[in-house]
Design a protein around this ligand. Structure first.
Ligand code: HT7
Ligand code: ZN
Length: 851
């Protein structure tokens, strides 16, 4: 298939003011009548409408049926020649038939557990009716739904309803990707919100009967999000109602359809017994994210899909700010950076690397990536740092004023910063146009006589697919200097690196300082420092910037693990082990932070670091090194860990708030280490007494690791047999913690169970995602992990190309490993590529992976 290019963008030659849609819902033969009010913009042009998997029943122009000979119909488009169209405004009416029951790809209108629902981003609307399915065509929608389902929902405000029908009107022009419809047997948790200007908004979260008592947390998060967007960005909600619907079968996390957000049930439903602290945290942030899209995405949308980061990067940045305000800012920053490195740095370093704003795609669904989302958010964080909080607010106010109701571009976005903050962002724009993670190398020079300390920065970005040469980036580096006793001799200051090589000089110092560089992770770069384990341990003990304190501990541990894994050290680094002493003594000051510091770098992170340093990672050695270090830490600090494990026990009622969740995180981090010594004894006891899912699941993981889980797994399975979201966890935990030598076998065993409903995306992701995240299991030298995974990708592709293509990214690191593993992985990718009838989605991904 031909790629779509940013350079080929052309405005749509018609305006589309208004759309009327009527749905007669039926599982097999749903009828969709659409009336489009169109007008040519600048003279005659062919009218091209997108449409896929539609059966055209009738078509009429200004009320008169069209002779089928006038139009050209392909399997992707309907074209009416300019000569057949009036010179002024006209209406086009079509009736089509679609088959929601057969829609296993979950794009367009489909059925999930007997309920009708839609997913239209990015190009799902073309599976519903003939339409200019592109984000720069914005229209007002009226919708009539006819169905015997008790609840009938669409975008905007309700207009009228009767037995078997309902009508909705959305007063705000929107692109088709924000269209939504839901029809089902649903019940609601209701509440309301009074906006800053005094309007009452009716809120409802719609779920299957029986689930309504698991929506309170999501509702609370929604109301807090609405208040936060008013107080922090001055953005008020703009409809009379805001509906959220939870569905079981969903390709991604959630969708921001105007006034009718649709969510994967796992990001709405939570109770202490069924959801973990991490689930609660994620529900809060995704509810906020989708709500924030109302302004950054819906009121101001994207001109074309190349501009996806305009709404996604900004909205991720906003949800991160929200969580930082609602919880601990330092902890949230560390978690965000962990996720960024695990997903985005990995993407940027491999065959799938692409710029935050790509310039070409075959299937746009393949570009909903960590680069567009998470790096897109980092770029905005850098902009905010460079212009300061007031400048940022001025720029955002201008953005909303200038572009409300428009489909905008990254150029528009940068221009508001240039205008509001009087800055030239030409060089900064490279963050949007060039792929790859810059490496920022720093060397230190100390002139004792002059009391002068110099840092020299060199930046370099490696070639990425299609981009052999890179320019220097603007890199905001927040840094401070610590004196020998840990006092801050130079408080945090912002240095703007713009050159390939640049220095920063600090004068008037009485002793050689220890620099704390890239505080708060002020830029998404790989910082390379020539430093010692002792200097890292010093920062781990003394840095006043919590992010860099954590970072120092992480670097200390990663360096030690790399040495162990490649046989450069014969025993775990004593400097590292000693560094945990003060941390544990002080852990109760901020338990969530201490828990993060106790978490060792993951195996994939160690593999990436080894590869980045020019070594070939061996997954089995990495696994062994990590286990060995964890055991050594546990042995050295057994007493302190055991004491904390007891002290962090919470006897009160469960609360998902940051405080109690942080105490649990610390307690469970201690458990994870102690489990290496007590052979599952504490985990067994905890599993028996656990009053919430966070503890149950951690105990289960520990038992699997000590090979003591048979009884607990059976008990868990019996207890939660009817709970889909909990059973997803049962599959996932077994895959994540399976012994590497048995991981593929274990996956095959689980896949053969009757509970493995592979057509449900959450269930599929639990098993396959769990396998690919089991680093040493997936990359097993036998190739069994690769083979099993590829078998299932091939099977899933015929069912759901979007899920398959996304999950093929498990292979994105294959060039990192030894020749044997490379050959095995390549063979599996080639086997997928050669599959007859392979989807465009997966075809594009596999081709890029093999390029
Ligand atoms: N804007 C949405 C992205 C999206 C999506 C969601 C669900 C299913 C398929 C989807 N394709 C794209 C979600 C978001 O980022 O907020
Ligand atoms: Zn989003």
């Amino acid at each position: 298939p031909q790629p779509t290019l940013l350079a080929d963008y052309r405005p749509y030659p018609f305006t589309l003011d208004h759309v009327s849609l009527t749905f007669r819902l039926a599982p097999k033969g749903t009828r969709v009548c659409a009336k489009l009010s169109l007008a040519p913009k600048d003279g005659p042009a062919d009218l091209v409408l997108d449409g896929e998997d539609l059966r055209l029943i009738s078509i009429a122009l200004d009320g008169t049926a069209l002779d089928p000979a006038t139009l050209t119909l392909t399997d992707r488009q309907l074209t009416l020649p300019a000569a057949a169209l009036p010179a002024g405004p006209f209406t086009l009416e079509t009736e089509v038939e679609i088959d929601p029951e057969a829609n296993t790809a979950l794009e367009g209108l489909y059925l999930s557990g007997g309920m009708f629902c839609t997913q239209c981003e990015a190009e799902g609307f073309r599976h519903i009716t003939y339409y200019p399915d592109r984000p720069d065509v914005m229209a007002r929608f009226d919708v009539r739904i006819e169905s015997d389902m008790p609840v009938l929902l669409s975008n905007g405000n309700p207009v009228a309803q009767g037995a078997g029908w309902a009508e909705w009107r959305d007063p705000w022009p929107k692109p088709a990707y924000l269209f939504a419809l839901v029809a089902g047997n649903l019940v609601a948790l209701r509440d309301d919100f009074i906006t800053a200007s005094g309007r009452t908004v009716d809120l409802a979260i719609w779920v299957r009967p029986g689930d309504e008592d698991r929506c309170a947390y999501a509702m609370d998060a929604l109301k807090r999000s609405m208040a936060w967007d008013e107080s922090t960005y001055g953005r008020e909600y703009d409809l009379d109602v805001f509906n959220i619907v939870a569905v079981d079968d969903f390709n991604m996390g959630a969708m921001e359809n105007k006034g009718l957000n649709i969510f994967n049930a796992k990001l709405v439903l939570a109770s202490p017994e069924t959801a973990t602290d991490t689930d609660y945290e994620r529900i809060e942030s995704v509810i906020a994210h989708e709500y924030f899209h109302n302004w950054t995405g819906n009121r101001i949308t994207c001109r074309d899909w190349f501009q996806l980061c305009l709404k996604e990067g900004l909205t991720v940045f906003r949800d991160q700010q929200f969580s930082a305000d609602e919880r601990s800012a330092a902890v949230r920053r560390i978690e965000d950076v962990l996720a960024l490195r695990a997903r985005q740095f990995r993407e940027d370093a491999g065959p799938l690397a692409h710029p935050v704003r790509p310039e070409s795609y075959v299937e746009i669904n393949n570009f909903y990536t960590a680069t567009v989302y998470e790096k897109g958010a980092e770029v905005i964080g850098m902009l905010r740092r460079l212009v300061g909080p007031e400048g940022y607010r001025r720029a955002l106010d201008l953005y909303f004023d200038r572009h409300d109701g428009q489909a905008a571009t990254i150029e528009d976005w940068l221009k508001v910063f240039e205008d509001a903050c009087d800055r030239d962002l030409t060089q900064f724009k490279r963050w949007y146009t060039e792929a790859g993670t810059p490496r920022l190398h720093v060397t230190e020079d100390w002139d004792a006589e002059a009391g002068r300390f110099t840092l020299e920065f060199t930046q370099e970005t490696a070639a990425t697919p299609g981009q052999p040469v890179k320019g220097a980036r603007v890199i905001p580096v927040e840094l401070g200097l610590l004196g020998p006793n840990g006092d801050e001799v130079q408080p945090s200051t912002l240095i703007e690196i713009t050159e390939p090589r640049q220095s920063a000089v600090f004068e008037g110092l009485s002793a050689r300082p220890v620099p704390s560089i890239l505080r708060g992770f002020s830029a998404p770069v790989i910082l390379e420092r020539e430093t010692t384990q002792a200097a890292r341990a010093f920062l781990f003990a003394h840095d006043t910037d919590p992010f860099n304190r954590w970072e120092a501990g992480r670097n200390l541990a990663r360096t030690a693990l790399m040495a162990l894994a490649r046989g450069a050290a014969t025993a775990p680094d004593p400097e590292l082990i000693a560094a945990y002493g003060p941390l544990l003594r002080d852990a109760e000051t901020d338990p969530a932070f201490a828990a993060l510091c106790l978490r060792l770098p993951g195996e994939d992170e160690i593999a990436a670091a080894l590869h980045g340093a020019g070594h070939t990672p061996d997954p089995a050695e990495i696994h062994a090194a990590r286990a060995r270090l964890a055991r050594a830490i546990a042995q050295a600090h057994e007493e302190a860990l055991a004491a904390l494990y007891i002290r962090m026990k919470d006897d009160g009622p469960y609360s998902p708030d940051a405080g109690p969740a942080g105490r649990r995180a610390l307690r469970l981090a201690c458990l994870g280490l102690l489990n290496r010594l007590d052979n599952g004894a504490r985990a067994q006891a905890l599993f028996a007494e656990a009053g919430n899912m966070t503890e149950s699941l951690s105990a289960l993981a520990c038992l699997i690791e000590t090979n003591k889980a048979a009884g607990a797994l059976a008990e868990f399975r019996d207890r939660w047999a009817g709970e889909r979201l909990v059973m997803d966890k049962w599959f996932l935990v077994q895959m994540l913690h399976a012994a590497p030598d048995r991981a593929a076998q274990e996956a095959a065993h689980l896949a053969a169970l009757p509970e493995f409903d592979w057509k449900n995306p959450n269930r599929f992701r639990s098993l396959m995602g769990g396998l690919s995240a089991n680093h040493a299991g997936f990359h097993h030298a036998s190739g069994a992990g690769y083979r099993f995974y590829a078998d299932w990708l091939i099977r899933m592709d015929a069912m759901n190309p979007q899920i398959t293509a996304r999950m093929s990214t498990a292979f994105e690191t294959w060039p990192r490993y030894d020749a044997g593993r490379q050959a095995l992985a390549r063979a599996e990718l080639q086997r997928i590529a050669a599959t007859e009838g392979l989807s465009r989605d997966t075809g594009e991904m596999v081709a890029r992976l093999l390029a």
